[in-house]
Design a protein around this ligand. Structure first.
Ligand SMILES: [Zn+2]
Length: 318
């Protein structure tokens, strides 16, 4: 296994970038090193802001994320470390006169909390925030980004994990194109039409390409281990998952409906995850390398022990 640390950078993002910007990594109580939760997933032109805890607006500034970058809010549940940043973010959308709508997904059972956060204090409210509460497991939204779905997790209050799946595409194979004598603008025509005439025969796109699996991202926050954790994480290129505790405190994790680093790493291993991001650490731990060591015992892939203001690329397609 490898433990990676991605250093803070200010990368100009273009339409094709896919990366996680870690805004905060603390559960319950922020520390000197760790802000409350907050994660922006840049996914082409979209910016999914997951679980903005207290202080997220300022963390965005420090991370080089603008209010305009946010296109969706995805809230797993309404404990404060996952949502107290909503008022600041919403008011900033207004202040900056962000000219696109921001859709907000959250457990429908917490609708009253969202309503309060959305209108927490007086401001010149011009932001277009469209509440789209999640009422059950299944598809939450579809678009050019793919399919966003939600699954019920096992926490002390209504909680959903999220999963983003890009549709499968096709990868053209140059050697097969060459073998069929297809080159230049004909490649574009073949992709557009699905087939092309070459001499006296028709070549289908399937004959000169292979399936390119769409990328998958999963976001699993506060929960005990349950089937939904595995369903969300299945085959994820990038899995962001809470590891509030270490295995030594597994009884606390169970009592408080959380995961340990060991549990999270075993999920990643079983689900064939490519890059694992552990976060949502309890304030009781100072040495986060212990999380890396515990994860390494179970997961052979790349593990990132999340730090505030770092960026984690979605692993490149294969
Ligand atoms: Zn939490």
């Amino acid at each position: 296994m490898t433990v990676s640390e991605y250093v803070p950078t200010r990368v100009a993002h273009d339409g094709g970038m896919r990366e996680l910007v870690v805004l905060g990594t603390a559960s319950q109580v922020p520390t000197r090193e760790r802000n409350h939760n907050g994660y922006l997933l840049r996914w082409d032109g979209e910016g999914f802001l997951f679980d903005p805890g207290e202080g997220t607006q300022r963390q965005m500034t420090l991370a080089g994320v603008s209010a305009t970058d946010v296109t969706r809010l995805c809230i797993t549940h309404f404990h404060g470390d996952h949502c107290l940043g909503v008022p600041g973010v919403v008011q900033r959308l207004s202040l900056d006169q962000v000219d696109h709508a921001v859709r907000a997904h959250f457990p429908a059972a917490g609708g009253e909390f969202f309503a309060r956060l959305r209108h927490a204090s007086v401001f010149h409210d011009v932001a277009e925030v469209i509440a789209e509460p999640v009422t059950g497991d299944g598809v939450v939204a579809t678009g050019p980004f793919g399919t966003l779905s939600a699954s019920t997790l096992d926490h002390s209050v209504a909680t959903y994990g999220y999963r983003l799946v890009e549709p499968d595409g096709r990868r053209m194979l140059p050697e097969l194109l060459a073998a069929h004598g297809i080159a230049g603008p004909d490649v574009g025509r073949l992709i557009g039409a699905g087939s092309i005439e070459v001499g006296d025969r028709v070549v289908g796109v399937d004959e000169v390409s292979e399936t390119r699996r769409g990328q998958r991202f999963a976001f699993v926050m506060d929960t005990r281990l349950c089937d939904a954790v595995y369903a969300l994480a299945d085959g994820a290129d990038l899995l962001v998952i809470e590891a509030t505790y270490l295995d030594v405190d597994a009884d606390l994790a169970a009592a408080n409906a959380h995961l340990t680093a060991g549990q999270a790493a075993r999920v990643a291993a079983e689900c064939g995850v490519r890059r694992l991001v552990l976060t949502h650490f309890s304030q009781r731990y100072d040495d986060l390398m212990a999380f890396a060591r515990e994860a390494a015992a179970h997961f052979g892939g790349e593990t990132v022990i999340a730090r505030d203001l770092t960026r984690v690329p979605v692993p490149s397609r294969r």
